[in-house]
Design a binder for this molecule. Structure first.
Ligand code: FAD
Ligand code: SF4
Length: 517
């Protein structure tokens, strides 16, 4: 195995597909499944404590040469089901990455701590005694120090982010630069397709190399298909080596361990448990309670060039309406990805795409506690989930309210027209008066282009073992040495972007795993 300098990330330091020449057998103290934000924090903390750790990841490692700037190509290469994974019931598309570093490689690096009222609702509804903002702050702090999380400075905001601040100021609502896990961001707006500047502190550049330096072994292109158990104890995991991009199965592997941490993500962890003989499911809650932050994005077209290609991908936010159920942010992605939301075709579509250089896009993500769904394993060998989700009519109105506020905000920032991207209303609105229909309309779930990259609760924590899969430290109620550590363990949504909370909880749970071994 070759060893790269730490600043080059983990790519040269991990076992990759081409290096396997037969079945693989490993033995360790703790095997961690999934190298996303939650699994990587776990792997590093446990290795740094002197435990023998093996970190398993199904996806390959990426270097800047592997990043495709074109949105569609990038999605095919970095995301499960080409980034088009969708729920049945109410249609909603959702994205989960399949690379070393998980979602952190393709996300916007937004690190947000939920306010205490979010945790108050967690504690009182789910019998969680120790999970509040004050209790978690030391864990957020530790992760923030490690990753250099800091508010986005003005010099890399670019016009499209600063227009958001201008709009909020004009409306008299609070706003703030987004805190992100970046070091030396140059404002290229490329977070979605991978940071070629190596500024984003995605896990493959931060926690994974640190875990390796602390002694962890990292195997990529390995798909965990089963957790093995005897009575109340797990003994390890097993699965298959899979080729990058095609998923073509190769040799088998197994890892024997004193403890297992599943951090394969909100969609994959329940599938692995279900395929392991319905493990850890005494409560019947594995795969249930799935929640999202459905979002809506509004395009504002300004009289002068905005040059949206420059600026932090998402640089400004407002928590003003958080108690009303939504968070406001700026948004950027490759134009081809926005093209899906643009109305019209042919000449009309071409004209609108040409206007992107004068456009700024603001979005809202909604807390939708009434809208829940389910993750189920499919029959056969596929590890892709079957998803069902229903958008509750009450929650739909929250998104409707948000769409009105987004239009207000864009006009207040100086836009001369807005494109709300909602079915059943005008494609373009040229004044606040025209947009007022968004304030009064009774919306239906199908009016929105439902999409969400924030998902949680599929293996929720609950103080009562008959109501939840894990306790508040991530330990399975049914098994003594199996921990779950991805956003699936949230009891309900965070109301703000989930990654930072997932990492803080993983940081806290790592302490409990260490104690137990
Ligand atoms: C485009 C996009 C933008 C986003 N922007 C933000 C943002 O700015 N801020 C924020 O807070 N959140 C954001 N999110 C959400 C955030 O990235 C996720 O909430 C976060 O990555 C979840 O971390 P995790 O560790 O729970 O799971 P994941 O990041 O999904 O990691 C799970 C890992 O497990 C691996 N895995 C899955 N199954 C198996 C298996 N069977 N065997 C082995 N390995 C397996 C996966 O390949 C993956 O690497 C965004 C998400 C996307 C897709
Ligand atoms: S905006 Fe560009 S430079 Fe900054 S973190 Fe994102 S991809 Fe990297």
């Amino acid at each position: 195995m070759s060893v790269a300098a730490p600043e080059e990330g983990a790519a040269g330091q991990v076992r990759v597909f081409a290096q396997y020449d037969g079945d693989v057998r490993e033995r360790c103290d703790v095997v961690v499944v999934g190298s996303g934000p939650c699994g990587s924090v776990m792997a590093y903390e446990l290795a740094a404590a002197g435990l023998d750790v093996v970190l398993l990841e199904e996806g390959p490692p990426y270097t800047p040469d592997d990043f495709a700037l074109d949105g569609a190509t990038s999605m095919v290469r970095t995301m499960r089901e080409s980034g088009l994974r969708a729920t049945r019931g109410t249609l909603l598309t959702t994205m989960q990455a399949n690379v070393l570093g998980g979602g952190s490689v393709v996300n916007s690096a937004i690190c947000a701590r939920p306010p205490e009222f979010v945790f108050e609702a967690w504690r009182s509804n789910f019998d969680l005694e120790h999970t509040g903002r004050e209790a978690l702050d030391p864990h957020y702090d530790a992760v923030a120090d490690f990753l250099g999380i800091a508010p986005t400075p003005d010099d890399v905001q670019g016009d499209r982010n600063l227009l958001f601040r201008q709009g909020c100021d004009a409306l008299g609502i609070s706003s703030e630069p987004i805190a992100r896990n970046v070091r030396g961001c140059v404002g290229s707006g490329e977070c979605f397709t991978g940071c070629r500047a190596r500024a984003k502190q995605s896990m493959d550049l931060s926690y994974v190399p640190a875990a390796i330096r602390a002694g962890a072994r990292v195997l990529t292109s390995v798909q965990v298909q089963e957790v093995r158990a005897q009575g109340r104890r797990v003994t390890g995991v097993a699965g298959q080596i899979v080729a990058p991009f095609t998923g073509k199965p190769g040799a088998r592997f197994e890892v024997e361990a004193r403890a297992v941490v599943l951090a394969a993500g909100v969609m994959a962890t329940p599938v692995i448990l279900q395929k392991s003989g319905n493990l850890a499911n005494g409560s019947g809650q594995v795969g249930r309670n799935l929640q999202f932050h459905p979002g809506t994005a509004t395009i504002g077209v300004f009289p002068d060039p905005v040059q949206p290609y420059f600026g932090a991908t998402q640089g400004y936010q407002s928590l003003h309406y958080l108690r009303d159920g939504f968070k406001l942010e700026t948004l950027w992605a490759p134009p081809g990805v926005f093209g899906v939301r643009m109305p019209g075709f042919g000449h009309d579509l071409k004209r609108r795409l040409a206007e992107l250089s004068r456009a700024s896009i603001f979005d809202a993500i909604a807390s939708c506690h009434n809208s829940t769904g389910e993750v189920r394993a499919r029959r056969g060998r596929s590890m892709n989930p079957s998803l069902r989700w229903r958008f509750d009519p009450q929650d739909v109105q929250v998104l409707g309210h948000a769409s009105w506020v987004l239009a207000e905000l864009l006009f207040a920032a100086g836009a001369h027209k807005v494109l709300p991207g909602i079915h059943g209303v005008a494609e373009e609105m040229h004044s606040l008066d025209e947009a007022r229909v968004l304030q009064t309309r009774e919306f239906a779930a199908g009016d929105f282009v439902n999409a969400s990259t924030h998902a949680f609760c599929s293996t929720r924590m609950h103080g009562d073992p008959s109501q939840g899969v894990v306790d508040e430290f991530g330990r399975c109620h049914d098994l003594d040495n199996l921990w779950l550590a991805d956003t699936g363990i949230f009891p309900r949504c965070t109301s703000v972007n989930p990654m930072f909370t997932g990492m803080a909880l993983a940081h806290r749970s790592a302490g409990v795993v260490k104690e137990a071994l």
